[in-house]
Write a protein that binds this ligand. Sequence first.
Ligand code: 3EB
Length: 341
Amino acid sequence: MRIGTPVAASALTVERTPLQSTLRTGAFAHPPLGALAYGESSEAAWMSGVNAPILLGQAPQADLLLAGARVDTGRSGAVRWRTDGRWAFGTVDLPEDGKGLESTADAAYRDLFQALQDTGCPHLLRIWNYLPRINEDGGGLERYRQFNMGRQQAFIDAGQAIYEGSPAACALGAQRGGLAIRFLAGQAAPLAIENPRQVSAYRYPRDYGPRPPTFSRAALADIGAGQLALLISGTASIVGHATVHLGDVAEQTRETLRNLDAVVEAANQRCNAGFDVGGLHGVVYVRHPADAPRVRDVLSDTLGADAPFLRHAVFLQADICRQDLLVEIEAHAVARGALKA
Ligand code: 3EB
């Protein structure tokens, strides 16, 4: 069987597959919209490698995005994008060139918002941010906090929502290279989902930096052909706005699962798809590689060893945006369903 046979001309599909099978000649019915590759640098122009070592001896995986049969490519400043006219996937890899991360983030996001105009896909669903040396000091301010300043400024300058309605996102450390951002956009605004156990990230107090991060806890989107996608942002051991279970990776993993539960429950109140945590396709970022077996054991004990989550999960090493976070899980799911009126 071929990968990614489109279900309907206008629909988006999301598939997690072993990377090897995506690289077979003729694997695709038509060109993919894009992909995130885990565990290996990208081997195709449309595939974007996530610059983080894969753990637990896992084989390389990819999250494939497939849309319409015809895919156009283009550039908007530093952004390279692909679109079928309804959905757009874009990438920007920007070196800092001594300018600092605040101004680099501002420039990258300025081009990203230009790309939304140029592709005719004005609504962001999901953003992936990878920042080199994310926890290092950037001259009086942690680099992640510098990034937050530039990101929020670019959202404001582009007239984009910085509070309710901001896109789902994640922000992790990168092993090397410049600021790396990937994004998925579409023609309709997704429903932004928050987590009642957590202060919205865009309302974090100033203890976490002069400007808050700009993201929602999840995006719930109609992707066509009667399907809904739930795109869950990086989720960690945060209750209210505070990190909990300092130094305890097992408890941090359990708290993260409680937060994923709460986000999924909030999404289920807005649709009839019946999402559940055990069925999510997760990416598990672990700060210390030696913690990965422990994290996997907690996931297995909590969700059940047979849960699809364990079968599909990708484990990667990455620094996480708060120094005290040891684990962070992002996830997506696609299910038949409709939004509630
Ligand atoms: C948190 O909940 C953990 O800056 O885009 C998660 C997801 C986190 C996205 C971002 C940060 C971001 O605050 C950190």
